[in-house]
Design a protein around this ligand. Structure first.
Ligand SMILES: Nc1ncnc2c1ncn2[C@@H]1O[C@H](COP(=O)(O)OP(=O)(O)OP(=O)(O)O)[C@@H](O)[C@H]1O
Ligand SMILES: [Mg+2]
Length: 251
């Protein structure tokens, strides 16, 4: 479904990614783990189109998307979640979903914000869709609350809901469990699992090993901007090199 080959990215001479590869099968949850600073977020940014790689290629369903802007990737079904910013925090939960849909066309948050009134009158269908998504994840009762009033875990769910407004085939998640209470982690994992069962593909960067173990069909391990190994969760955690990378041993 998604294939990353030989991707390198440096920041001012420092290599954050050095010729990395990633093969993401359709309908699977692929996990990316690795110590802090190993390049995981940089890779998601390169896949999502926020960063241009210095070398290498990204293919989505066999089409080269390496140079495409973010909204063109979204149109092809590739999307990533973004933290709810201060501006979005002022909007209601429902409005956050409606704005996500507008932003999909490449509109800035402010333009989308200005158009929100019109949309609420005109796009009944968008509202129905947003309602169904919020209902599904248990946020419908909070639809009219400002997003900033949500808990850390509810904000993560809202980020996912915003991505779902774009009708994605593949979703990139950066640390969906970070700063989230254990019961909410389980809830988020359940939503991800149920979306997978409907055919949505995921790439998840996560430090919480319980979540990785419970969700991921395959796991890639990164160390110092390179591929260390990949396989099932059990395979990679029993690899001595992985333990050493985390302990800051040989790498
Ligand atoms: N915009 C940037 N400018 C300069 N250096 C950067 C930038 N983004 C990342 N880096 C550097 O690239 C390397 C990889 O960072 P990255 O954020 O991808 O790591 P990570 O694996 O996501 O870490 P963490 O687990 O802490 O989130 C780090 O050395 C980091 O300091
Ligand atoms: Mg990161």
């Amino acid at each position: 479904m998604l294939r990353v080959t030989g991707v390198s990215k440096s920041f001012g001479g420092i290599a954050a990614l050095d010729s990395v590869r990633l093969d993401v099968p359709r309908g699977h949850i692929t996990g990316i783990i690795g110590p802090n600073g190993s390049g995981k977020t940089t890779l998601l940014n390169v896949i999502g189109g926020l960063l241009r790689p210095n070398a290498g290629a990204i293919a989505l369903e066999d089409a080269d998307i390496t140079g495409l802007p973010v909204h063109d990737r979204a149109r092809r079904g590739l999307t990533r979640t973004f933290q709810i910013s201060r501006e979005l925090g002022a909007l209601t939960v429902l409005e956050n979903l409606l704005v996500a849909r507008l932003q999909q066309t490449g509109e800035s948050i402010w333009k989308a914000f200005a158009r929100l009134g019109t949309v609420q009158r005109e796009e009944k269908e968008a509202i129905a869709r947003a309602g169904a998504i919020l209902e599904r994840v248990g946020l419908w009762k909070l639809a009219d609350d400002p997003a900033r009033a949500l808990s850390g875990g509810q904000k993560k769910l809202l980020e996912l809901c915003r991505a779902l407004m774009l009708d994605p085939k593949i979703i990139l998640l950066d640390e969906p469990a970070a700063g989230v209470s254990p019961p909410m982690r389980a809830e988020i994992a359940e939503v991800i699992r149920s979306l997978r069962s409907e055919g949505v593909t995921f790439v998840i960067v996560e430090h919480d090993m319980e979540m990785v173990a419970g969700l991921c069909d395959q796991v890639y391990v990164f160390a110092a901007g390179t591929n260390l190994t990949s396989g099932s969760f059990q395979e990679v955690v029993s690899d001595r090199r992985v333990v050493e990378a985390y302990l800051g041993g040989v790498l």
